[in-house]
Design a protein around this ligand. Structure first.
Ligand code: ADP
Ligand code: MG
Length: 395
């Protein structure tokens, strides 16, 4: 399907393979990994290499260290420990990322052994994609596998630089992300319904633009719907709005009409007198938003309208919550949409974006979706039609 080189083409036996993973998992104050989703996501790739008799050298970032060397708060030690439990093998953590000590440790690996380099961002040359740093990193191994889709939109030494030096392959997670996202965008089953929400139009303008050329129906919710409602001539009270983007929103409404894309906007909203779960709330039609109140969710009629459109879809892409779903008082719209997507079992359904994925997990509907992207920013850039340095390097 895709033209990136797969790990299945790598003859890994006896080779030292540098594997870029995204092990940026949350860790609590006691050093316990509180959500190991990202570690589990890379297991198929790591297992495959171990089973093939590769000598695996894992590299990842975690958090935002200063880049001036080791910092305990950002160490990968808790991650190495959890991986060890999950995979049932020793995972040796190397304090050094490059240099003679780690070179020796890599050379001493046996077939099937796993070592992990400390947080790659302890060295500030990583984010600069410093060529000398990339060269030193590459010198540890015979081949390179990138399974860190979540950082594929960054041209760093461990995501792009090394791939130019070593033979480079996509891990299974990377492959699946690229296949699923580009597959749906290149050749969606129709009707293709794209649902876009979240906070700001300015954040999502490129995604909306890109989907305008692909989707049959564009469903708009979340904070950004108020800028569209302004463009339609409604008052939006104290809702989140971006005055500078009203013209762009109007252009999009026109473009949708010209292209024959059905654009769905809210017909009713849940308004509140404060940005708080215990605020006084009311459901109002979009032409009756009180001046002193803010819209924090789509209303029930809108949820019904959107759910009906989703029920008719053959493929669905969803990014961005419909309301402030983090507060129970404003979660109903997002929940209704999530349930509608989950209920359409025949459709291909893809969820992208950090908060959208969190919402689907909150409502315990992840298993009902075809694919949940782990990518966040990387998935959005791919959907926007941008070339991701970490993916391009594997072509
Ligand atoms: P994603 O991470 O899925 O791409 P975004 O980051 O764009 O999504 O947006 C998610 C945020 O948008 C959530 O924190 C949510 O509370 C907020 N949001 C949704 N609707 C509204 C609204 N009506 N007013 C203010 N914020 C909103
Ligand atoms: Mg977000």
């Amino acid at each position: 399907m895709s033209d990136i080189r797969s790990i299945d083409e790598l003859d890994a036996k006896g080779k030292k393979v540098l594997v870029r993973v995204d092990f940026n998992a949350p860790v609590d104050d006691d050093g316990n990994v509180t959500d190991d989703t990202r570690i589990r996501a890379a297991l198929p790739t790591v297992r495959k290499l171990v089973d093939d008799g590769a000598r695996v050298i894992l590299t990842s970032h975690r958090g935002r260290p200063a880049g001036e060397g080791y910092e305990e708060d950002f160490s990968l030690a808790p991650i190495a420990e959890r991986l060890q439990e999950l995979i049932g093998r020793d995972v040796a953590l190397s304090r050094d990322i490059v240099g003679p000590d780690v070179q020796n440790a890599a050379d001493a690996l046996n077939d099937g052994d796993i070592m992990m380099l400390e947080n790659i961002r302890f060295d500030k040359r990583e984010k600069k994609n410093d060529p000398e740093f990339a060269r030193q990193l590459a010198s540890l191994a015979d081949a390179y596998v990138n399974d860190a889709f979540g950082t594929a939109h960054r041209a760093h030494a461990s995501t792009a630089g090394v791939a130019e030096i070593l033979p480079a392959y996509a891990g299974y997670l990377m492959q699946r992300e690229v296949d699923m996202l580009t597959g749906m965008l290149d050749d969606p089953k129709r009707p293709f319904v794209a649902i876009l929400g979240g906070s700001k139009v300015s954040d999502k303008i490129k995604v909306i633009d890109a989907l305008m050329d692909k989707a049959d129906v564009l469903v708009i919710g979340g904070g950004m719907c108020f800028t569209f409602l302004l463009a339609q001539g409604y008052g939006v009270g104290s809702s989140l709005k971006e005055d500078d983007w009203v013209d762009a929103a109007r252009d999009m409404l026109d473009a949708a009409e010209a292209k024959g894309v059905r654009m769905l906007l809210p017909v009713d909203v849940v308004v509140a007198d404060a940005f708080a779960n215990d605020a006084r709330t009311e459901v109002v039609a979009v032409d009756a938003i009180p001046d002193d109140m803010m819209g924090l969710d789509i209303g029930p009629e809108t949820a019904k309208l959107y759910s009906d459109a989703i029920a008719d879809a053959a493929s669905v892409f969803w990014n961005g919550p419909m309301g402030v779903f983090e507060m129970p008082s404003f979660e109903a719209g997002t929940k209704a949409v999530a349930e509608a997507v989950a209920a359409n079992e025949a459709a291909d359904t893809i969820i992208g974006g950090g908060d959208s994925v969190a919402a689907v997990n909150k409502f315990d509907l992840a298993d009902a979706m075809t694919f949940i992207s782990t990518g966040g920013g990387a998935s959005m850039e791919l959907v926007q039609g941008e070339k991701l340095p970490g993916v391009e390097a594997l072509r």
